[in-house]
Write a new protein. Structure first.
Lengths: 259, 404, 324
């Protein structure tokens, strides 16, 4: 099974995010980037599929600070190829990302055809739409989202994708291949790869590079402003040491009839 | 006191399992008499498929490969008990076990999630909790004492205080740092910290078998020390594990600074400290010997001397003390394996220890390693002893005894 | 009707979802603000009866097709695309739930109109629409404008109170036919029900919810203890469930269940939108977190800036004392 995993680096919210002076964009100077969490799950699911059915896993990602380390880690985990899309401006939004991915997948040699294209179900930057469904439309491929498991019965023309619904209910879908799947969570948490293994891979393997196509337009949305939400309805804060706070909560609970 | 009783000699640094027998330390393993003291003294020896004795037997029989595919040594909390008891002085915790753990770690089908998160966080953020590296100094805003940052100073200082992670981020660890700041200030120590540039020293990564992560952190910290070459005379840390790493592992990279753990460091200042300890603390205190400080470095009496210098403190001993101390369970990655141990149905070592502490009738369990506060407090809560026993770092007790 | 506001009437397993009512409430505001009609679009198979719950809309477009029996995003999108092309609505509101998540994006791409995702609010400003979108796990909000063009708006649950979207009025229904592929590329097979036997957290009056801030599974004992004295149960956010600290049946939020207890005590939960979705309707929300900017404090009634590991035992003690 030939699987492409699309990975994006997104702002790490462990760090405080700041807005640029224009009031419309993130200040990228102190921004740290991290792989989109669900993309990491997409890679894990791809690796599990490869382990079960054989094939190749190729990771494709737009260039970004700290991306090389991430891609080497992908190789160390078991991906066969890692392709960096070079010459990209940092783009926010699913639409531009999807257009970029679609163009690279169709023009860079050796990426398509693939049986499956897996990526995270969403990223926190998908302001103008989710990347996976846009990509599926651009490539004219079937699409299922919120996927938590993919199973294939040998080298068939379909896979079974398990999708999460509310109330802990899940559903199985038959999906014709090739397809784009938005992964919510892999069957098991993404694996750990020892640092020494990543270092070894840095010496023995290399990252491939594909040039970003010219003229990938940004999204159509006009951003008027970005701001850190100043909570309009902020919680009433209870101060004091744990015992004092506990006392206050008890009073509130008693007043509300919870106690 | 202190170093005379230590178990240490310089550990060979390029030793691997392949060239093991080319080194004197490796050949020493051949002298193992298979007495089983190591397995018997190991706090998790009863649940290990391959306790140290068997590992040596497997090594000698050329069957070590088998051990690599067991999870056995995830139960090794790197407490130095086996090494301390070995009649042949085989340096198990220092040399053989880390090498075997490295192999086991690489072969693990799945790294327990809690541990995985801690390791990923340490690599990415320089601390296992995954806190922002830019907030490492946030605690300094919560103390009355100015905490100078070396990179912002134009003059050199005497002491570079390596704060470490739990003592920077964990609310109870910060209590320890605030207390130390007060004590250093009182003693007139000329000190500075590295601030947000500091990252985990990495000892636990090494002792859980994640040698590559340890190497990465080591390289980072050494580069940092080099950048500030000549700007400090010595290093003091309250991190018992950081101390251990600096003392035994970093020298292989050319680390040649004088390094002290805060306990022996404060002990050196005891005469100056004594008159400042004017507030009487009527506590019945029992002291838990941290593995790195006690068994590995022989600092048994310094912490006790500090405690008994506090007016009103009555020191009582647990059944297992000094060389026989039972590990809190946090070493060698155990800090992030509680869920794993629980799932296997093992008793948490911190609970075993807290039961002993309570049995002494003490109302304070004094500690000297930053891992222990949260571990023992948690164990006390789980066992329902939290109204009987409080856990305090010795530095906290000293600071409390200082009239402000 | 050209220029009207549409709401995708999401339904699942025979019931209109809460999100549908929330979107109707929001859509009503927007339609009134623009002076246009609000229409609900009901896509399904044998579900036409649900139209009577959509009275907040001026009318309902009802599509019945065997491919729409279960919510397959592709099929829903294909049906919507045909309707939009024929009727040119002003804007379409689609809920961002696990059921409908990809639909809005698929439609906007196919019809080539802008989409605004993650909207927590949409307002009419100078005859155009402005949406407030939640980015980066709630750390940043972007205000975007769609001008006067047709647009697709992906709306987070909780944008409006569901109560404001209910109505006793039975709306006029217009049956519409669409043509969908005979052999769909994505075919529904079956539902997998959650394993039974565990506590049903939707039936609890009190929930102690735990998040990553609890630091380790062992600490869950503190939450269990508090839940016990309060006579409730422990639930958790997705990271906690993913770690295996609690079974899936205890998960609150987007992928878990929605709960409405009398008391929801969030311990060490940051309050990502995916979680807030499942608990925002609790009667009383008390949040304990060490991060003053944690979004949970925006939804909580009372907040405590502290380590949950310290507050929970203190509260357990206090409740015990109160009960005597």
């Amino acid at each position: 099974m030939n699987i492409l995993v699309l990975l994006r680096m997104i702002p790490d919210v462990v760090e405080e995010l700041e807005i640029s002076n224009d009031g419309k964009t993130l200040d990228r100077e102190f921004l740290r980037l991290i792989p989109n969490e669900t993309d990491d799950h997409a890679l894990e699911e791809a690796l599990l599929l490869k382990e079960r059915h054989g094939g190749k896993v190729t990771v494709v990602a737009p260039d970004a600070p700290e991306l090389d380390d991430v891609l080497f880690a992908c190789l160390a985990k078991g991906a066969d190829r890692a392709v960096k899309i070079s010459g990209v401006e940092p783009v926010m939004g699913g639409r531009a990302a999807a257009r970029l991915m679609a163009q690279v997948l169709t023009t860079a040699p050796g990426l398509l055809p693939a049986d499956l294209i897996l990526t995270g179900v969403q990223s926190t930057e998908d302001l103008d739409g989710l990347m996976a469904p846009i990509l599926s439309h651009l490539l004219q491929l079937p699409y299922v989202d919120n996927v938590t498991q993919v199973t294939a019965d040998g080298p068939g023309k379909t896979v079974t994708a398990v999708k999460e619904f509310p109330s802990a209910v899940r559903a199985e879908f038959d999906v014709q291949l090739p397809a784009v799947l938005g992964i919510q969570a892999a069957e098991k948490p993404p694996r750990y790869v020892p640092v020494a293994k990543v270092r070894a891979v840095m010496k023995s393997q290399h990252l491939e590079s594909a040039a970003a196509p010219a003229g990938v337009e940004a999204g159509q949305l006009e951003i008027l402003q970005m701001a850190k939400p100043e909570p309009a309805e902020h919680a009433e804060m209870l101060a004091g040491d744990p015992a004092q706070v506990a006392g206050k909560i008890c009073e509130i609970l008693a007043a509300r009839g919870v106690l | 006191m202190g170093t005379e009783t230590t178990l240490v000699s310089e550990a060979p640094c390029e030793i691997t399992l392949e060239n093991f027998l080319e080194f004197p330390e490796g050949r020493k393993v051949l002298s193992c008499i298979q007495c089983g003291l190591c397995a018997g003294t190991c706090p998790y020896g009863d649940v290990m498929d391959y306790p140290p004795r068997r590992i040596i037997a497997m090594l000698r029989a050329g069957m070590l490969e088998k051990v690599f595919h067991s999870e056995s040594l995830l139960n090794c909390v790197a407490c130095y008990a086996c090494m301390a008891k070995c009649p042949r002085d085989i340096r198990l915790t220092e040399v053989l076990l880390p090498l075997v753990k490295e192999e086991i770690f690489v072969h693990l089908p799945e790294v327990p999630p809690e541990l995985q998160k801690a390791l990923q966080n340490t690599l990415r953020y320089g601390n296992p909790m995954g806190e922002s590296p830019r907030k490492r100094v946030a605690w300094t805003k919560t103390t009355d004492v100015p905490i100078p940052i070396l990179g912002e100073m134009s003059r050199p200082v005497d002491v570079l205080w390596f704060v470490e992670c739990y003592t920077s981020y964990h609310p109870r660890g910060q209590d320890n740092s605030r207390a130390l700041a007060k004590i250093f200030n009182g003693l007139g120590i000329d000190f500075a910290i590295l601030g947000n540039e500091e990252k985990c020293a990495g000892e636990c990564a090494r002792l859980v078998g994640e040698a590559g992560l340890f190497g990465t952190l080591q390289d980072y910290t050494m580069t940092l020390f080099r950048r500030y070459e000549g700007r400090f005379n010595r290093i003091v840390t309250s991190g018992a594990h950081a101390y251990d790493a600096f003392r035994y592992q970093y020298p292989a990279l050319g680390f040649d600074y004088q390094v002290d753990h805060t306990m022996p460091f404060l002990f050196q200042h005891l005469e100056q400290l004594k008159p400042m300890l004017s507030r009487k603390l009527n506590y019945r205190v029992t002291y838990h010997d941290a593995c790195c400080l006690g068994r590995h470095n022989g600092f048994y009496e310094e912490p006790r001397a500090l405690l008994t210098a506090i007016p009103g403190v009555k020191l009582v001993e647990m059944t297992h003390n000094r060389i026989n101390s039972i590990c809190c369970g946090g070493g060698g990655g155990g800090m992030w394996l509680d869920t794993y141990y629980k799932a296997k149905g093992y008793e948490r070592l911190s609970e075993r220890r807290v039961k002993e502490a309570v049995a002494t009738g003490a109302d304070v369990l004094a500690i000297s390693c930053p891992y222990e506060v949260s571990r023992f407090e948690d164990a006390a809560k789980v066992l329902g002893y939290d109204n009987k026993l409080v856990v305090r770092d010795i530095s906290e007790l000293l600071a409390e005894a200082m009239q402000s | 009707m050209s220029g009207s506001i549409w709401v995708l009437a999401e339904h699942w397993r025979g019931q209109l979802s809460e999100s549908t009512y929330e979107l109707l409430a929001l859509g009503r505001e927007i339609a009134d603000g623009l002076g246009v009609e609000l229409q609900a679009v009901l896509l399904g198979h044998g579900a036409a009866d649900l139209a009577k719950g959509l009275g907040k809309a001026n009318s309902v477009l009802s599509v019945d097709h065997s491919s729409l029996c279960e919510p397959v995003p592709e099929a829903c999108a294909a049906a919507l695309v045909q309707l939009i092309k024929e009727r040119r609505p002003r804007s379409v509101l689609v809920p961002l739930t696990n059921i409908s998540m990809g639909v809005g994006t698929l439609v906007s791409t196919a019809v080539k109109v802008p989409a605004a995702n993650f909207c927590r609010d949409v307002r009419v400003v100078d005859g155009g629409l402005q949406a407030t979108c939640v980015l980066y796990g709630g750390k940043i909000e972007a205000t975007v404008t769609m001008g006067a063009e047709c647009s697709i708006l992906g709306i987070w649950p909780g944008a409006r109170a569901a109560e404001n979207g209910r109505s006793d009025v039975v709306p006029p229904v217009e049956p519409v036919t669409v043509s969908l592929p005979e052999a769909p590329r994505v075919r529904f097979k079956r539902y997998i029900e959650p394993e039974a036997g565990d506590v049903d957290i939707t039936q609890q009056d009190t929930l102690v919810a735990v998040g990553r801030g609890m630091q380790g599974q062992a600490n869950l004992a503190l939450a269990e203890e508090l839940a016990e004295v309060l006579g409730g149960a422990v639930c958790g956010s997705r990271p906690v469930i993913d770690q295996g600290w609690l079974p899936l049946s205890r998960q609150v939020g987007k992928s878990g269940v929605s709960v409405k207890p009398k008391l929801y005590l969030a311990a060490g939960i940051s309050g990502a939108p995916e979680h807030v979705e499942g608990m925002k309707n609790a009667a009383l929300i008390i949040a304990v977190n060490t991060d003053p900017r944690a979004p949970i404090f925006n939804v909580a009634h009372y907040g405590i800036l502290a380590d949950a590991l310290e507050v929970l035992p203190a509260l357990t003690e206090a409740v015990r004392g109160k009960k005597g």
